[in-house]
Design a protein around this ligand. Structure first.
Ligand code: NAD
Length: 471
């Protein structure tokens, strides 16, 4: 039984004041494998105080000093790369290939912060004034369970580049992953108090961070409903917020594309990590006259996507993170049936022989209109909807008919045409002909998918406040 009973405050691992524990449950077999001690408000206040004290000197460090800290951080995290992958596979149930890519994305984000910091203009002349970009202060970082350590290192590296100090509250369901990242960041030898890490509940630690007057900014990744609650609290003390929230992204397949290549890619993009990915392309938009052909390709492709043990190299879809998430996804599959959609593949219940874990059958619905709840609400499981369109303008209108605007996908034979369509989608991150990632480019959502951008120079700017000096 693994017991995680320490939090990280002011450069040291310490026992929390909070005396509650939470069970850690293996998504593969439902076994309780450990427990985590939960920090409380008092622990959070101590961590904020440590970050506040550290801010005084850390905000005055030079670019060269902060580059050196980020390089040490990159080295320290790289050293534990395999441990970070292994623990993500075990605790979250992320397939090993997916988890490997996610940890690499985290490392690339640190590198992108180094590049951005080296090139950043902290002082410039605007009009007749001097404009100085100043570190914001203490930042509360709150992250979800689906790529926990990637979010921690990407947000932390932007904050460090900007000279801010932080208190990190990862998902309480990611405690083992948090332990490894805390150990590796400790190894990096950053000054005490620059980063503090608390295991704890959102309603306790997250709430204290969102309301405490000494926190200047919250950088949050998670659900839209929690993001809204954080924004409401934050406004009381005028905290800056970066909110990376939910999505219901569309993948538009144009008529000229090779469907035998594009459909498997679109399925992969929608189903990877069991659909527990904010950018998943969960609405697949196809020309009306190609429906039967597409359904056939889906029926042939899905059985080739292995649902199984996340540590197997060939597993495409592992178990969902929790029983709660499994039940929520089952409710949505039932809802799709009740709404009159047609099951192309999948359906209720678990794949045969996989009853012990939180496994869901990869499910694709046809006969879906965009006003159905299964087309509008984020399911966060391996459930996709096929929606038909007659002309490209209609496809764009359907893609944009959503409260969300996080990502989008366009598959087109003519890349320029794909770019043209991408430019008309109201979302922050659109890939043409594949699933692309650029750690230097801004990432974030339109509409209710969030506020602000992360990564590279855009991400770093969100931790700075412009100050104009007129002489
Ligand atoms: P969640 O919103 O339930 O929890 C996220 C974090 O917020 C956790 O650490 C949680 O403890 C904390 N929290 C909960 N209540 C809180 C409160 N009242 N005050 C402060 N903090 C609180 O999300 P989740 O279930 O962990 O993750 C899944 C969601 O995250 C999905 O909606 C997904 O789309 C979203 N997500 C978005 C992105 C993005 O980049 N846009 C990336 C990954 C996940």
């Amino acid at each position: 039984m693994k017991v995680i009973d320490q939090i990280y405050i002011n450069g040291s691992f310490v026992k929390p004041h909070g005396n509650q524990f939470m069970d850690l449950i293996n998504p593969l077999n439902q076994e309780i494998f450990g427990k985590v001690a939960l920090a409380d408000e008092k622990d959070t206040q101590l961590a904020i105080q440590a970050a506040k004290t550290a801010f005084k000197s850390f905000s005055k460090t030079t670019v060269a000093e902060r580059v050196s800290y980020l390089e040490k951080m990159h080295q320290a995290v790289s050293k534990r790369k395999q441990d970070l992958i292994d623990v993500m596979v075990y605790e979250f149930g992320g397939p090993v290939q997916f988890s490997t890519a996610v940890i690499q994305n985290g490392l690339d984000a640190i590198q992108a912060s180094i590049t951005a910091l080296k090139d950043f203009k902290f002082v410039s002349t605007v009009g007749t004034s001097q404009v100085r970009m100043e570190s914001l202060g203490v930042v509360g970082i709150i992250t979800p369970w689906n790529a926990s350590n990637m979010f921690i290192v990407s947000k932390l590296s932007s904050a460090i580049a900007a000279g801010c100090t932080v208190v990190i509250k990862p998902s309480e369901m990611s405690a083992m992953q948090t332990q490894i990242i805390a150990e590796s960041l400790h190894e990096a030898g950053l000054p005490a108090g620059v980063f503090n890490i608390l295991n704890g509940l959102g309603t306790v630690v997250g709430q204290e961070l969102s309301t405490n007057k000494d926190v200047s900014k919250i950088s949050f990744t998670g659900s839209t409903v929690v993001g809204k609650a954080i924004a409401v609290h934050a406004v009381e003390t005028m905290k800056r917020v970066t909110l990376e929230l939910g999505g219901k992204s569309a993948a538009i397949l144009l008529d000229d594309v090779n469907f035998n290549e594009a459909i498997p890619l679109a399925l992969f993009g929608g189903l990877m990590s069991g659909g527990q990915v904010c950018t998943a392309g969960t609405r697949i938009l196809i020309p009306e006259n190609r429906l039967e052909e597409v359904k056939q390709i889906i029926k042939e492709t899905i059985p080739t996507m292995k649902v199984g043990n996340p540590s197997d190299q060939d597993t495409a879809i592992g178990p969902l993170v929790s029983k709660k998430q499994y039940l929520r996804v089952q409710e949505y599959i039932q809802l799709g049936i009740d709404e009159g959609a047609e099951l192309v593949v999948g359906g209720l219940g678990q794949p045969e022989g996989m009853e012990s874990g939180n496994f869901v059958k990869p499910t694709v619905f046809a006969g879906v209109t965009n006003d159905m709840r299964i087309a509008q609400e984020e399911i966060f499981g391996p459930v996709l909807v096929l929606i038909t369109y007659k002309i490209e303008e209609e496809a764009i209108a359907i893609a944009n008919d959503s409260i969300y605007g996080l990502a989008g996908y366009v598959f087109a034979k003519d890349v320029e045409k794909g770019r043209e369509i991408a430019a008309q989608i109201d979302a922050g991150h659109i890939s043409v002909n594949g699933l692309k990632h650029d750690p230097l480019a801004p990432f974030g959502g339109f509409k209710q998918s969030g506020i602000g951008r992360e990564f590279g120079a855009f991400g770093m700017s969100a931790y700075l406040e412009p100050k104009t000096i007129l002489v």
